[in-house]
Design a binder for this molecule. Structure first.
Ligand SMILES: [Zn+2]
Length: 57
């Protein structure tokens, strides 16, 4: 299992559900585990939570 914490959230691009890697719109495997949009969304969410509560991720 590779380390992809962004898999904890739903991908806003391909709508991959939490815990699953990203796929193409047709549900096929893609070369990357996560779309940039998903990583961006995860990073943004983490930053927002940290600033709001100060809790570690
Ligand atoms: Zn995706």
């Amino acid at each position: 299992m590779t380390d992809h914490p962004e898999h904890a959230i739903r991908c806003p691009w391909c709508h991959a559900t939490p815990g699953n890697r990203c796929t193409s719109p047709r549900g096929r495997r893609i070369p990357v585990a996560s779309h940039d949009a998903r990583i961006q969304a995860w990073t943004t969410r983490t930053d927002a939570r940290d600033q709001k509560t100060g809790e570690p991720t």
